[in-house]
Ligand binder design. Sequence first.
Ligand SMILES: NC(=O)c1ccc[n+]([C@@H]2O[C@H](COP(=O)([O-])OP(=O)(O)OC[C@H]3O[C@@H](n4cnc5c(N)ncnc54)[C@H](OP(=O)(O)O)[C@@H]3O)[C@@H](O)[C@H]2O)c1
Length: 251
Amino acid sequence: MSIAILTGASAGLGQSFFRSLVARHPDLTGIWLIARRRERLEAMAEGCPIPVTVLPMDLTDPACYDALGDKLKADGVSVKILINNAGLGELDNVIDSDWRTQGRMVDLNCRALTAVTTVVLPYMEKGGFVLNVCSIASFCPNTRMTVYSSTKAYVMSFTKGLREELKPHGIHVHAVCPGPMKTEFLDVANITDRSPMFKTLPYSDPDAVADRALVKAGKGRCVYTPKLLFKVYRVLAKLLPHSLMMKFCKT
Ligand SMILES: NC(=O)c1ccc[n+]([C@@H]2O[C@H](COP(=O)([O-])OP(=O)(O)OC[C@H]3O[C@@H](n4cnc5c(N)ncnc54)[C@H](OP(=O)(O)O)[C@@H]3O)[C@@H](O)[C@H]2O)c1
């Protein structure tokens, strides 16, 4: 039993990852899909050549981490691929926001990603990989997305640290750092029609991002940044003071 687990499977990039998993890893004996919207996950499972297990979970509820651990133990599976994709953003100054909105990002993007990874790792097989969905927002803080970019900086740091820890176990850890994609994320984060920067940036195709990320993660690459512009941005963010970068990269 060699399975893949995908969080945030019910929309956007998650659905793209699901299609790529099915196409690129027909050897999987199962795919576990996690998100809150059960009916969407069940629709995805229909007709899939690989058996799909639908796990409707709110990953901001800590009870689900033990539930996931119990199921892994009961089913006696080994995990080849874990994709930590669930995430959300919010476009607002912290001072104009409330702690619940800001805290939800920390809970989902950081705590849930950490907890799910910690629960799944003991079941992962040698040669498998963890794929964390990060963002170009991890390279440098973005005003009006201060908490979101901080959570993605955590994801990047977590990826690099865990990658070193897991080398002796033969498990790779990867971070994909996409720029904007036209998914529900933009409405959920209140970005649509509220950010001149998001109107000017080039958009990536989620199907292409997911597919390339799966390939790169499988080859043991640490970080994948789609699009040349964002690769350049990543290098600049390493070279220039963030105080300067932030003046030109206002979201
Ligand atoms: N779109 C972009 O411009 C962009 C750019 C860079 C990085 N990213 C990253 O890409 C990843 C996927 O985002 P997306 O663009 O595909 O966004 P999306 O279309 O809004 O999808 C988000 C997914 O996360 C799930 N989710 C949200 N809250 C959850 C919760 N509490 N518990 C369990 N699942 C939850 C959603 O499912 P339910 O609502 O059914 O729970 C959905 O499947 C995120 O990590 C995001 O930060 C996005």
